[in-house]
Design a binder for this molecule. Structure first.
Ligand code: DC
Length: 230
């Protein structure tokens, strides 16, 4: 039997991490975990409980309520990936909208939130055979991952991708609003005190600004195959 490895994919928002990670997991027969979805689900909970909005954020109330937040991934056979459930409700669609995107970086600065989510993520990956994407997977969650990738692309390229995604969902958004959100999140994600987004020393830098999906997948799949067969 082939040995199972851990694959950590980090990078800025909308660099196409999840598309590649999903494809890779499918090809290898691995579990795929989108950790951004977990931070997004906590954000949705905080919005529903009036803990956060554009103008205020009651951090203490969020910390006091963390035990009430139950997060699960349930595999959807039709879609071919696991959907995010918050307190037993499917929130996969709700967490992808702009209202959550605007607030999620603030939620992700809270150490108590990170501690809870990192602990869940470590449990999910204890048997290896996992592809996990996020911001701190190679630096915090799986420091010993056999394959680490750090994905980058220009903010404009990423905003264009995100704009198309949201238009496809039928959301009413402007390109400028999205570019601003991408740049704002880059800033908060990479300057926060706890687990800022940065490239792990042993991660492969992967700039996909001018690379199609097929080429990206082939290259990354080859990195993984090489390590698995070593
Ligand atoms: O990957 P995404 O855009 O869905 O992530 C949403 C936010 O969650 C992102 O702005 C930063 C935060 N995040 C994080 O801090 N750590 C992770 N491992 C994943 C996401």
């Amino acid at each position: 039997m082939k040995r199972k490895i851990t694959i950590a994919i980090d990078g800025f928002s909308s660099t196409g991490k999840s598309t590649i990670a999903k494809q890779l997991a499918k090809q290898l027969g691995y579990i795929y975990v989108d950790t951004g979805a977990m931070y997004r689900a906590v954000t949705l909970y905080a919005m529903q409980q009036n803990i956060i909005d554009e103008y205020h954020f009651d951090v203490d109330k969020l910390i006091a309520n963390l035990d009430k937040i139950k997060l699960n991934f349930l595999y959807n056979e039709k879609l071919g990936f696991a959907e995010m459930f918050l307190n037993d409700k499917n929130v996969e669609n709700e967490i992808r909208g702009m209202s959550v995107s605007k607030l999620v970086s603030k939620i992700a600065t809270v150490s108590e939130v990170r501690k809870k989510l990192v602990s869940l993520q470590k449990k999910m990956g204890k048997d290896k055979g996992i592809v996990m994407d996020g911001r701190d997977i190679g630096t915090v969650v799986f420091k010993d991952a056999e394959l680490k990738l750090f994905m980058t692309a220009s903010p404009e390229k990423r905003a264009t991708r995100r704009y198309k995604e949201l238009l496809d969902r039928g959301d009413d958004v402007s390109y400028e609003e999205i570019l601003k959100n991408v740049q704002y999140r880059d800033h908060i994600d990479s300057t926060r005190k706890d687990s800022p987004l940065k490239k792990a020393k042993d991660a492969i830098n992967f700039d996909n600004s001018s690379m199609g999906l097929e080429e990206q997948f082939e290259r990354i799949y080859n990195f993984a195959k090489e390590i698995i067969e070593k």
